[in-house]
Ligand binder design. Sequence first.
Ligand SMILES: [Zn+2]
Length: 336
Amino acid sequence: MLAGLVALVRQGNEVTSDTLAHLGEVEDRLLHAELGYPSLHAYCVQALAMSEGAAGRRVAGARVCRRFPVVFGRVARGELHLSALCALARHLTAENAAELFDACAHKSRRQVDEWLAVRFPRADVKEQVRRLSIEPLSAGRFGVHFTADGELRDLIERARAIASHRLARRDLSALMRLVFAEFVAREEQRRFAVGSKRTVKLATSGVAAARVAAPPGGVRREYISASVRRAVYARDAGRCSFVARDGTRCECREFLELDHVRPWAWFGAASEENLRLRCRAHNQLHARRCFGRLRVTARVEGRAVSGLWRRGGARFRRTPGRQSGSAAERASAGPC
Ligand SMILES: [Zn+2]
């Protein structure tokens, strides 16, 4: 029986390696986006019924394998498990990969963490401070847990003092509700003109926030009226509007961008009919369908490709400060 168990574990390692290869290919081809999911993690959880933790480990593992194909064999042979790949992912570079893979081979997650804590002591602490968890307690009740540093604690105390006349008690949850509600209202007005009385405002973010009529040498920008942004946001109910062939609608509300149905580079209008809300994955999918994979990948990575993103004979620069695709993908990996 024990020999059979060992054989099953070996088979499992090989299956895991094959699974990572498939997941990497799905993400590379944006197949999860075609099916209506904003990220590979969402596809794993919702379509493949993985737990959030299992999905996060496999997504992180698949990305490590795509960057360093030698890892496929190490996973198949049982030298590196998914938890080790998760822990290693943010530290790997082309220069240190071989060293890190050798050092962490056949180690438990705890041993890997201890080794990394010595090798990269500050990065691990930083990541833990940022982590936030929301735990269901009962119907309509949730526990929110996070680690605050001294600066955040001081901000909370200042907010509680300033809002004391609006709060019946020194109730932290009431304060958080007040703060978040005002933040959401302000950001909805800033980005999508919700509740705004202004009729014209500058769009400054996203692929769709294209640029026109720039001063000589300056960044070109497109004006999208506040009424159009407000109408598009209301019509799409503040979420990505992508619908897959089987009717699955993307549920993403994060990293939303105003996307042109007919691309702005092809003289698509900044009208309510030609604009829609799209998450980053589905914005990228549409761009890839319109412009081809090579050009979209080059633009996301900030590389120059001849003739890319031209309109009216002019060449346009990348939006300043916009997060790169790879960084956004890292953010969507989910928990490990
Ligand atoms: Zn989407």
